[in-house]
Design a protein around this ligand. Structure first.
Ligand SMILES: Cc1ncc(COP(=O)(O)O)c(C=O)c1O
Length: 323
């Protein structure tokens, strides 16, 4: 919503592998989502495909860091800066991950973090947007609270709305048709406690992921993820070859061993296959985005929690090697 207010209408380049909310936010703001494929080793938007998709109508690139992997590249950052196209980073699944020396979420114009209870840290429900742009910060403070001007921290903004609307009570001036997305003190108490353990927990998760990838059979499963700087709360299991028989075997085995999994990685796989997009014209056919469509059919994630016993990871590797 804030992007549309500040930059105007147009297109937003979005990933086909993400949570529905990224795409629905673009649609609800009246912007047009432009889907491009992902890179297999990071699972995030493929830089070269993003650059090809940029038009004079591009208002932002919305990049999701999928399941802990760093999706940024220096080329993407440089090109977007040069072209003055804002980057929005979705870091909901990658708290604590880094690109070079800085944390993900500190590169973009704006970034969002979810504190849903399945993620690295939780407030049960909730999340944050972070930005270093004062105009955006002030606007989203209002937008998270029914669009109310009294939430603005900018005296000039407040004065302008008051002067322009002398018939309104200054406590109840609504600048934007927004919703209530406020967090609460109780959520904050939980989140602050969780923050103290986040770095330590993430180190344990990183060790777990390295062990998990090392025990996989690299001729059957993908193991060449770009793990530098990653912070994963889930193991990513991807079949190398498109093989539905093998897929069903993997699922039957995991179920019989009582190992919980989700197929399709973030958001259930290829968003272009979802009914909420079916009636939207001008979108690519789901199968034309080959990398994400492979992920859609032939991948799973399995929980990676800090006190997961290494013996269990070895056991998981053993189970997968017998399939
Ligand atoms: C990449 C991504 N973005 C956004 C969200 C939405 O977060 P929330 O459930 O806190 O609204 C999720 C949720 O899992 C997600 O994985």
């Amino acid at each position: 919503m804030a992007l549309k207010e500040i930059k105007g209408g147009g297109e937003v380049i979005v990933p086909p592998l993400t949570w529905v909310s990224d795409i629905s936010a673009v649609l609800r703001a009246g912007l047009k989502p432009v889907f491009v494929d992902i890179k297999p080793t990071t699972l995030a938007l493929d830089t070269s495909k993003v650059l090809e998709a940029i038009t004079p109508q591009t208002r932002a690139v919305f990049l999701t860091h999928v399941l802990g992997y760093n999706g940024l590249t220096d080329v993407l950052l440089t090109e977007l800066k040069e072209r003055q196209i804002p980057l929005i980073e979705d870091v909901c699944e990658s708290h604590g991950a880094v690109h070079k020396t800085k944390k993900l979420g500190s590169y973009g114009w704006a970034s969002n973090f979810s504190f849903y209870y399945a993620h690295h840290m939780t407030t049960i429900e909730g999340g944050i947007v972070s930005t270093d742009d004062e105009e955006l910060y002030d606007m989203i403070r209002m937008m998270r609270s029914h669009g109310m001007v009294r939430e603005s921290l900018n005296p000039k903004t407040k004065r302008k709305y008051m002067e322009d609307n002398p018939d309104l009570n200054p406590d109840f001036i609504f600048a934007f048709p927004s919703h209530n997305m406020r967090s609460t003190e109780l959520n904050a108490i939980l989140g602050l406690q969780q923050l103290t353990r986040l770095d330590e927990n993430n180190l344990a998760r990183t060790r777990n992921l390295e062990l998990f990838l090392s025990v996989l059979d690299a001729s059957v499963f993908q193991t060449d993820f770009e793990v530098m700087g990653s912070s994963n709360y889930a193991f990513t299991l991807v079949l190398k070859n498109p093989d539905f028989v093998m897929r069903d075997k993997v699922e039957r085995t995991l179920i019989s061993e009582g190992i919980e999994f989700r197929r399709g990685l973030s958001g259930g796989g290829n968003q272009l296959r979802q009914p909420y997009l079916i009636n939207l014209s001008g979108l690519p056919r789901p199968e034309s985005l080959k990398v994400v469509d492979h992920i859609h059919h032939f991948s799973w994630y399995i929980g990676n929690y800090p006190d997961l016993d290494q013996a269990k990871i070895l056991h998981l590797g053993q189970i997968l090697s017998t399939i």
